[in-house]
Ligand binder design. Sequence first.
Ligand SMILES: [Zn+2]
Length: 110
Amino acid sequence: MSYCDIIRDLAALYQDGTASESSCTAVRQHLRHCPQCRQYYRICALKETKQRGFGKINIPKQGEIMGNYEALAKRIKRRRMLTTAVCAAYVWVSVAAFSVLLFVRSRNRR
Ligand SMILES: [Zn+2]
């Protein structure tokens, strides 16, 4: 394994920003003096940029997540109020109909 191979392996870590400071220094120094590795690094960097551009994942920010939860909470609250109102109206109509039925029956008995 040549020194160029080692630098090319480290170049991926250097590009990701995960290489140690001493590895970064070694990569930078080598790239200054080795045109083959410099060319390799440029091609890798270009591929990485293209991959990042195509494989972009849309991660919502914290505020957007909270906005979605607030909108969902509002919808749930609204639906709960609507359900309660419909149930109350149903009970009220039932009681009214039963009262009317009792009134009519008591009137007919007389
Ligand atoms: Zn090299």
